[in-house]
Write a protein that binds this ligand. Structure first.
Ligand code: AGP
Length: 637
């Protein structure tokens, strides 16, 4: 019997959001609501998206909407053909779909209250199914499967009760679970946009006789540089002459006002100098979002789109991971965990080698295809070969609707949001997390792990976002200085053991592709079998040291590997767990990361290596977002 674990959740993250109100009359306004909303969505265009839409409320109290799948140009073409009436109140949305097709129906805004209320949304509403059941029982009809339409209907219900859009939004926010940024306009409230946020970005822009809302300042930076931060669980009402912020109980609060001193290009990168720097800092959120919505109400893992019969998953006798580059290293990391948890052999194959190896693959093989873009031709061809051999294929992908998940039997989406920089960072961490979720799900299904064991592992996973943030907050300056001091090196070796080995290879890849420096990642134990001949006086060697609390003797063995290279003159930089004082005597420098479990360590130890490669490339004056010779997605074999 085919059993599907959970209804499809419509997960939308990293969407672009714009809101605008102005008191100027449409006849003498410098810019209309539509001008502002479309230019804001264009500023957010770099994020990539699958659909876009707008909702306007005219001074006469009509609500007008337009929405279209595809790029923003599809919406503007639609508007050119079917123009909307002039208005000075409006909201707009671009959707980066990770669940739910990029279709007109799934595009925002979603309507309610007889078409008089329009809502746009970014995030995940965890309890939307429960709310929807109650609304359906009350006779509400839905046009889409989205959680957003449920939020809109709930807001409409509360608006009918309260008669006030702000109060209705506040009540609605108390009824929602999960992460959301909601913006709403109503035909009966021209000149007003109401919003609420929890665990999802929203910022206010202050103007003269006009005010703005955006998922980040890029949405309105062409019109104002005066911004106001909004706190967690707060409700915002903007009108042309006022901005009112309240907490979830309805008490008025003050936001934090600041001037945006970024230029527009920087604003599109969230104030960071490069998309890569931004995306390295997106990692806590990317990990948190990849974990979000993956457990059901009684704490069991619930993986959307796992459209593979549980009976099949219970009988597989081998797992083969296929991927390229960084994605393959994510698979290498995951292999240690999945074998440890599920007691099923896991092979990790470079996709471009896989089918030429004439692999032993059959209906008892589960193939896991890892790809950020979902368009890597080597991986696509490997997926096709695996399926021809009868294997079931699960795609772990960051791009909804791309080729690899479409050609797989199931998909487990990472929720890292658009990754713009060619060198992959947040996608890597999200891929490891998604692989871990898959491994825990299989262990749960096959009975290899008790629920309390799985719960304990998930608890440590859920602690990772904060620990990654600590690495960013506490280690970044030290790593930046280390990179600048070493900007003239011509080769770097990276060493690691166990899960530290693929981390060493990923660190080497980052340095190669960003700083154009020869770098190589080795299993530390392999050194004495040849590569140690490379060690010369002053050779920079970066070593990822496992926790002393981890696998027995592994820590001691890596220490002896460090001694081996130091004895030959190496300059040893160590990445170690905070509190590990033993490594100090063998290291010219130690970069400490927070304590975690052995299998979770790669999610922390990788981050300093990303920063090191980025900063060394920057010190050499190189373009870290678009390195030479590389493409973000390798769509040729
Ligand atoms: C990683 O920094 C590189 N950009 C590259 O190795 C990349 O991971 C590889 O090409 C696979 O891409 P995919 O995840 O989109 O399939």
């Amino acid at each position: 019997m085919r059993t599907y674990l959970t209804p499809l959740r419509k997960i939308r993250l990293m969407c672009g959001i714009v809101g605008y109100v102005s008191k100027a009359s449409v006849d003498n306004a410098d810019h209309s609501a539509l001008d502002v909303v479309l230019s804001g969505l264009k500023r957010l265009e770099y994020r990539g998206y699958d659909s876009a839409g707008v909702a306007l409320v005219t001074a006469g109290g009509e609500l007008e909407t337009a929405k279209k799948a595809g790029k923003l140009s599809a919406l503007t073409d639609e508007l050119a053909e079917h123009p909307l009436p002039a208005a000075q109140t409006g909201i707009g949305h671009t959707r980066w779909a990770t669940h739910g097709g990029p279709t007109d129906a799934n595009a925002h805004p979603h309507l309610a209250d007889g078409g008089k209320l329009a809502v746009i949304h970014n995030g995940i509403i965890e309890n939307f199914a429960h709310l929807k059941a109650d609304l359906v029982a009350e006779g509400v009809e839905f046009l889409s499967q989205t959680d957003t339409e449920v939020a809109a209907a709930q807001l409409a219900k509360n608006f009918q009760t309260t008669g006030d859009l702000t109060e209705a939004m506040r009540v609605t926010a108390t009824q929602l679970e999960g992460a959301f940024t909601l913006l709403a306009v109503h035909a009966d409230a021209p000149g007003t946009v109401v919003a609420a946020r929890r665990n999802s970005p929203l910022v206010i822009g202050l103007g003269e006789g006009e005010n703005f809302l955006g998922s980040d300042v890029a949405a309105f930076i062409d019109y104002t540089r005066t911004a106001v931060e909004i706190g967690q669980d707060e409700v915002v009402t903007i009108t042309p002459d006022a901005v009112v912020i309240t907490d979830i109980e309805g008490n008025e609060v003050q936001g934090t006002q600041y001037e945006v001193n970024w230029d527009t290009a920087a604003a599109e990168k969230g104030g960071f100098a490069s998309f890569m720097d931004k995306e390295i800092h997106d990692q806590p959120q990317a990990v948190a979002d990849t974990l979000l919505g993956r457990m059901d109400t009684d704490g069991k893992l619930a993986l959307d789109e796992m459209h593979i019969d549980e009976t099949v998953l219970k009988t597989i006798d081998k797992i083969v991971v296929i991927a390229c580059g960084t994605a393959a290293y994510a698979g290498q990391v995951a292999r240690y965990a999945i074998e440890h948890w599920c007691r099923v052999p896991v092979e990790v194959e470079l996709a471009h080698e896989f089918r030429y190896r004439d692999p032993v693959v059959n209906e008892k093989t589960l193939v896991v295809a890892i790809s950020q873009s979902g368009e890597t031709m080597d991986t696509i061809m490997a997926v096709r070969h695996a399926r021809q051999q009868g294997a079931k294929v699960i795609a772990i992908c960051n791009t909804y609707g791309s080729t690899i998940p479409r050609e797989s039997d199931a998909a487990l989406y990472t929720h890292a949001g658009p990754e713009i920089a060619v060198a992959s960072t947040k996608a890597f961490l999200s891929q490891v997390v998604a692989c871990y979720l898959l491994g825990l799900y299989l262990a749960q299904l096959r009975g290899n792990k008790f629920r309390d064991e799985i719960a304990a592992i998930l608890t440590e996973l859920q602690a990772i976002p904060a620990k990654v943030q600590r690495v960013l907050d506490e280690d970044k300056e030290q790593v930046l200085a280390l990179a600048r001091r070493n900007q003239d090196v011509d080769s770097v070796l990276f060493l690691g053991r166990h899960v530290g080995f693929p981390v060493a290879m990923e660190g080497a890849l980052k340095l190669k592709e960003l700083a154009y420096i020869h770098a190589e990642g080795f299993a530390a134990g392999e050194l004495k079998h040849g590569p140690i001949a490379l060690i010369d006086d002053g050779q920079l060697v970066i070593i990822v040291v496992p926790s002393k609390r981890g696998r027995d003797s592994l820590h001691a063995k890596v220490i002896s590997n460090i001694q081996e290279v130091r004895a030959r003159g190496a300059n040893t930089v160590v990445i170690a767990e905070e509190g590990d004082e033993e490594v100090r005597e063998f290291a010219s420098e130690v970069i400490y990361v927070p304590e975690t479990t052995t299998l979770m360590a790669p999610l922390l130890t990788t981050v300093p290596l990303q920063i090191f490669a980025m900063e060394l490339a920057t010190a050499k004056g190189l373009d870290v977002d678009q390195p030479r010779n590389l493409a973000k997605s390798v769509t040729v074999e």
